[in-house]
Ligand binder design. Structure first.
Ligand SMILES: *Cc1c(COP(=O)(O)O)cnc(C)c1O
Length: 499
């Protein structure tokens, strides 16, 4: 399988090269050149397999420059019961006969990013070796909270890789900060930046672009790379759980062979739902993809009108991982739906860059509407949904998952579609405990309590255990205390790598 850039100005590359490069050097995103098809016979054969076996059959189609052993090794290192609190890895939970939740948060940091970031480091270090790279890969991450911790957990102790994460000193939650400053591993660095998330992110971008610094490090056998969500090595592993969820329902005879279902996905950067799109293109019987947004509803407007307009106020919501105004992975969908028209895609992306908006043609808009439906839920609706789901089903969802459930409800109201639906559950309720406790126990239950105390409150209220990744955080030794001005981030990197 070869990969090409959505902007059309770079040569075709192997999977290993695409994963090593991350973003295409012409500014585009790498997409597979050919369609992979899993036919109904193959699908039927996969029903009896476990998560890792299903993952193997899907990944080998996309990563055909990796050997069978390499893929199996990566899968074994990622999806095991040391890293995941559920042996099913991504289990499906039934709410009622028509509605199911795909729990994507049993990994070490309790959110869906783990599904990709547990395997990406292994794919990436092998990609480096396969492409003749002799240097140690140094991953730099700027994080507003969740991605940094998930990347640290994925890359810790991985041979051939180092990772340095920058977070805004005042810009992350108490739990997120504790998770990062107590990070274990012999190849990790965690640094607080005096400034906000944008300062940290610009600092990292500057380091990537600093040619002299890159040369200096190359002489010492280091090469920078990134682990962000546009890397094909993060997207491909996400396709697997859509297949696996479908197969789990088939195994229980909840769905008949070939029966079409919907997926509803709480969406930010469009990575998770794009993986569902690839699954559908591969032949998984999927009717509609329901794209759920919060008040930052750029995608809802886009899917309904064909106009993408990022020029609007950025709203901080209680589903912060979806607070995004530029959904980078949408570019891949546009590329496929225009029949791989890189000139149209390039034009739209450059308009977005210059003017803050673009409008797709009528035909593309209609194609999007055939596959996707979108709605959004505000914070009030999100809290009400957590409460009503708890009352109705005795099950507690986090804020992002609640957005997905609310938008699914709006979808059935608007369309009358009664196909069985799986909502992607993207985080453990313990991770966003303040809003969750407020929703089920009321304002007074959170008053005067910090996030660590609220973990206990939620444990008592839910009857579920605090997940291992969030437990005893205040008792772990602090291992990372470096703090830097935003202008000295490169110095910190130099110190850490060259000593
Ligand atoms: C990242 C994230 C999302 C959004 O996923 P995208 O792939 O960016 O669309 C939703 N929920 C949670 C909890 C997340 O961490």
């Amino acid at each position: 399988m070869l990969y090409e850039s959505t902007r059309g100005n770079y040569r075709r590359v192997s999977a290993a090269e695409a994963i090593k490069l991350g973003i295409a050097p012409d500014g585009g995103l790498f997409v597979p050149c050919d369609r992979v098809v899993i036919d109904s016979k193959k699908l039927q054969d996969m029903v009896k397999l476990d998560y890792r076996e299903r993952a193997y059959l899907i990944l080998k189609e996309y990563l055909d420059d990796y050997t069978e052993d390499e893929i199996r090794e990566c899968l074994k290192l990622a999806y095991n019961t040391e890293n995941f609190a559920s042996p099913a890895i991504a289990p499906v939970h039934r709410l009622n006969d028509g509605l199911y939740l795909l729990e994507l948060w049993h990994g070490p940091t309790c959110a869906f990013k783990d599904m990709a970031l547990q395997i990406l480091p292994h794919l990436l270090t092998r990609a480096a070796v396969k492409t003749g790279e002799k240097s140690t890969i140094v991953i730099l991450v700027a994080t507003s909270g969740d991605t940094g911790k998930a990347a640290l957990e994925g890359f810790k102790n991985v041979p051939g890789a180092r990772i340095i994460v920058f977070y805004p000193e005042q810009g992350v939650s108490q739990i997120q900060k504790l998770q990062m400053i107590t990070q274990e591993g012999n190849n990790v660095g965690v640094v607080a930046v005096r400034g906000n998330f944008d300062d940290a992110q610009s600092g990292v971008k500057k380091i990537f672009a600093d040619e002299d610094f890159n040369l200096e490090l190359q002489k010492a056998n280091y090469r920078f790379s990134s682990a962000n969500s546009i890397n094909w090595g993060r997207l491909a592993p996400q396709i697997v759980y859509y297949f696996s969820a479908y197969l789990d329902l088939a195994a229980k005879n909840v769905i008949a062979p070939g029966e079409k279902i919907n997926f509803a996905v709480p969406t930010g950067n469009f990575g998770n739902i794009l993986a569902a799109y690839y699954a559908r293109e591969m032949g998984l019987p999927v009717h509609r993809l329901i794209c759920a947004a919060n008040t930052n509803n750029v995608l809802t407007d886009f899917i309904r009108t064909g106009i993408y307009n990022r020029s609007r106020p950025f709203v901080k919501t209680i589903s912060p991982s979806m607070d995004i105004l530029i959904s980078s992975n949408l570019e891949r969908l546009l590329y496929h739906l225009t029949g791989r028209d890189h000139s149209r895609v390039s034009r739209w992306m450059s308009e977005l860059n210059k003017t803050g908006s673009y409008q797709v043609d009528e035909q593309s808009k209609n194609k999007i509407g055939e596959i996707l439906w979108s709605g959004y839920a505000d914070d009030q609706e999100t809290l009400e949904t957590i409460k009503s789901v708890h009352q109705r089903y005795g099950y507690i969802v986090d804020t992002h998952t609640a957005v997905g459930l609310k938008v699914y409800e709006k979808y059935t109201g608007a369309t009358g579609d009664s196909a069985k639906t799986i909502v992607a559950s993207t985080a453990s309720p313990f991770k966003f405990n303040e809003s969750v406790v407020k929703a089920i126990l009321g304002d007074q239950a959170v008053r005067g309590k910090n996030e660590l105390e609220l973990l206990q409150v939620l444990e008592t209220a839910s009857g579920a255990d605090i997940p291992p990744g969030l437990k005893d955080l205040d008792r772990k030794p602090v291992r990372h205390q470096t703090i830097t001005d935003k202008d000295s981030m490169a110095e910190v990197v130099r110190d850490m790598l060259l000593g």
